[in-house]
Design a protein around this ligand. Sequence first.
Ligand SMILES: C[S@@+](CC[C@H](N)C(=O)[O-])C[C@H]1O[C@@H](n2cnc3c(N)ncnc32)[C@H](O)[C@@H]1O
Length: 276
Amino acid sequence: MSESEHAGSVDVDLAAVKQQQRQMWGTADYAGVGSRILLVSELLCDAVDLQGGERVLDVACGNGNAALAAARRFARVTGVDYQARLLDHARARAATERYEIDFREGDAEALAFDDASFDVVLSTCGAMFAPDQTRAAAELVRVCRPGGRIGMVNWTPDGWVARLGKLVGQYAPPPSGVPSPMRWGDPDVLAELFGGSVELSAPERIFHFRFASAEDHADYFCAAYPPIVAALGRIDEQRGAELRRDIIGLAEEMNVSDADGLVLPLAYLEVVARKH
Ligand SMILES: C[S@@+](CC[C@H](N)C(=O)[O-])C[C@H]1O[C@@H](n2cnc3c(N)ncnc32)[C@H](O)[C@@H]1O
């Protein structure tokens, strides 16, 4: 593991890092990318055995994938994210499907809800990006009622998302001292983060991300995915072309299609943590 993957003593200004990340998620087109991974949120609702009428919180909801999936099952849903632009997308999607979802601006590390306010707390590749991981985990547990469930989708440390992140980091290094989000995809670290407050199940699942070709996928990510767009903004054109070439190389290496398209297996932990 690299230095930034350890929880370690963090002497970096996490508040400043969070502010930069918040701004970053609002650029390019995360809403477009997010809509394409909706399936993991739908499956997570089954994994937590969601019941109609339950009070559900979607933490770091982005453009609302898990919130919408819960609303489709007649839950009473609140969604929180710190990126106002993504919340606007979430509200538009909810309006189209005629769901009443309470989307609010807020921080996963300081949720503005009383203890035990929700039956189910969801976060799909969301809370894992909060730089203060101990606080984020504590907040998920705090707002969940005893006997309630915390459901998460967390990318694993060796999967495509993590490898893409490492690749991008070789061109535009992340701030040092910030723990890697992919720690949330390691069952041992997850158990540490939640402490003894939950009974944990975290099987590994695969989501198949499908594109027409490795080149198309690289062009899409270089234009739409905020962390890559931010990295491209920090390097010159030649290095940008090299990064695109390496993104294509990684995709070709990981492609599991036996036909003409690109099929990337994205490994994640489907976490169900039942609060004691
Ligand atoms: C990869 S996106 C996932 C969004 C959504 N959950 C989904 O399934 O598509 C990460 C999201 O986490 C949000 N986020 C990251 N850190 C956050 C924090 N500390 N508080 C609130 N939102 C946060 C970002 O704004 C972004 O919407």
